[in-house]
Design a binder for this molecule. Structure first.
Ligand code: THU
Length: 160
């Protein structure tokens, strides 16, 4: 028997179509790209999350001369929230970037970040809405992160 996996996500032509809170969060992700430490790739990623107490946390990618040591903006953000705002839920996470090329379409979290985001969702029992957009252009809203990791491995698979 074949099985299928699919999920719905919303596509907007530009940030101006978003509701004001989402637009403001994406603007924060766009702006914080300027603080990224990305001297090797020059691909600056910004993340901005709203927590369940209304607080907004931002983060950027942190590269290293030993390239694999670098950390994506998403995982920098998860670590910051987990360390500084323990037990807080992340409601929405906006991700943007600024590169030397075109910055006019969304990027989506890498595989490592999908695994980390799925863990945070599971741990906090809270779907994390993703708001993905470049500096300009289309914006995607994805209702949760686990949708980006079909058939993923999780804590539930351990010690069964
Ligand atoms: N990067 C992120 O921070 N988030 C993503 O979703 C994709 C990639 C970073 C990693 C590296 O510092 C640079 O972008 C180029 O891959």
């Amino acid at each position: 028997m074949n099985q299928q996996f699919s999920f719905d996500y919303a596509c907007f032509a530009s940030a101006s179509e978003l509701d004001p809170a989402d637009k403001a969060l994406l603007e924060k992700a766009r702006a914080i790209t300027a603080a990224a430490y990305a001297p090797y790739s020059n691909f600056k990623v910004g993340a901005a999350a709203v927590l369940d107490d209304g607080r907004i946390v931002t983060a950027t990618n942190q590269e290293n001369a030993s390239y694999p040591v670098g950390i994506c903006a998403e995982r920098t953000l998860l670590s910051a929230v987990s360390a500084m705002h323990a037990n807080k839920r992340i409601l929405t996470l906006a991700i943007s970037y600024a590169s030397e090329g075109k910055n006019d379409r969304p990027i989506s979290p890498c595989g490592l970040c999908r695994q980390s985001l799925a863990e945070y969702e599971q741990r906090s029992q809270q779907p994390i809405r993703l708001l993905l957009g470049g500096q300009t252009g289309a914006v995607y809203i994805i209702p949760d992160c686990v949708s980006l990791l079909p058939l993923g491995f999780s804590g539930e698979d351990l010690n069964r």
